[in-house]
Design a protein around this ligand. Structure first.
Ligand code: UDP
Length: 325
């Protein structure tokens, strides 16, 4: 298949591009490099441009006949989305709308969308399945849910088929050591802990130790980046076969507290580092764990890196090879 990966220079997108290329798909990346890196696009053509630019899209879709579009080009900082919602609604919603309209115009019928557990808001029960009520508590989550709604309407009206992939906590790195996580500024727990382990950061701060969990720190469901990419590949095949839209919650179904992630990182890295307890971060639910049974049943998705140690090992390999050599 010929696939356009929008945001293919970012963390998840770059791993996806690699997996698609190694599975013999033809891949083109569209990325404006606002958050991604040119050197993260190791496979296929890179077109530098904005997904909200109608002219760029017109040219791309006239030059290539894509079988599908995968969209990873979103802003993802919850805190920033509260302070600057315009940035999120502009890129994550308006620009995605421009992309979808261009797809409809050029008869591209398959779309895979990076969505998030943040569309659910504060969990009413856990683990969170696809039927869980959707009440996002920040503009980031709302921007993603708006696109999910748009996609339902575009399917109904224009026959655009989509699969929404709701990630819980994406983590880890390419086991080959070629790609990894490089957010700037970094805000995610696993890379921040490993920066503390490698000495690039003075300490790791735990945001709150007074949550109603076993050790008082927040519990999350960490899922390896390659397993997420597998789910996308399987979803694409399914969409091609069934011609229907779908949505999946993607996680390992097992929660780890911030403290447990820190302890595991200390073991994996064989390093000790300073841990500081600070106040809670706004908008953090205590526990967020996925019920991913639907993806397992319908896609036959089987996460391969389902141990936290292995996820952290791959991230540690990236931290030590890429950043501290
Ligand atoms: N967290 C933390 N210290 C940090 C970064 C994150 O204690 O420096 C916590 C955060 O409050 C959350 C968990 O780690 O409970 C995972 O946060 P992350 O930002 O990685 O992902 P999120 O759950 O927000 O998608």
């Amino acid at each position: 298949m010929k696939i356009l990966v929008v945001g293919g220079a970012g963390y998840i997108g770059s791993h996806m591009v690699k997996q698609l290329a190694l599975s013999n798909h033809e891949v083109v990346t569209l990325d404006n490099l606002s958050c991604g890196y040119k050197d993260a696009v190791k496979y296929g053509e890179l077109v530098i441009g904005d997904l909200g630019d109608v002219n760029v899209l017109k040219q791309l879709f006239s030059n290539h006949k894509f079988d599908a579009v995968m969209h990873f080009a979103a802003f993802i900082e919850v805190g920033e989305s509260v302070i600057n919602p315009a940035k999120y609604y502009h890129n994550n919603v308006s620009n995605t709308h421009v992309l979808l309209d261009a797809m409809v115009k050029h008869d591209i019928e398959n779309f895979i969308f990076s969505s998030t557990a943040a569309i659910f808001g504060e969990p009413q029960y856990t683990p969170v399945d696809e039927g869980h009520p959707q009440h996002p508590i920040n503009p980031y989550g709302r921007s993603k849910l708006m696109v999910e709604h748009m996609l339902e309407d575009y399917d109904e009206a224009y026959g655009l088929k989509s699969t929404c992939m709701r990630y819980f906590n994406a983590a880890g790195a390419d086991p080959d050591g070629e790609l990894g996580e490089r957010h700037n500024p970094e805000s995610h727990l696993v890379p921040l802990i490993l920066q503390a382990a490698s000495g690039r950061r003075a300490d790791i701060k735990i945001f709150g130790q007074d949550y109603p969990t076993d050790d008082g720190t927040c519990v999350r469901d960490y899922v390896h980046i390659n397993d997420l990419c597998d789910a996308h590949s399987l979803a694409l095949s399914r969409m091609q076969k069934t011609g229907s839209s779908a949505r999946y919650n993607l996680g390992n179904g097992k929660g780890f507290s911030v403290q447990q992630v820190i302890d595991t990182a200390k073991q994996v890295s064989c390093r000790d580092f300073k841990v500081v307890i600070t106040d809670r971060r706004a908008g953090d639910p205590a526990v967020l764990v996925a019920d991913a049974r639907l993806a397992k049943q319908e896609l036959n998705w089987q996460p391969k890196f389902d141990q936290l140690e292995t996820i952290i090992e791959t991230a540690w390999q990236w931290e030590t090879n890429f950043f501290t050599q």
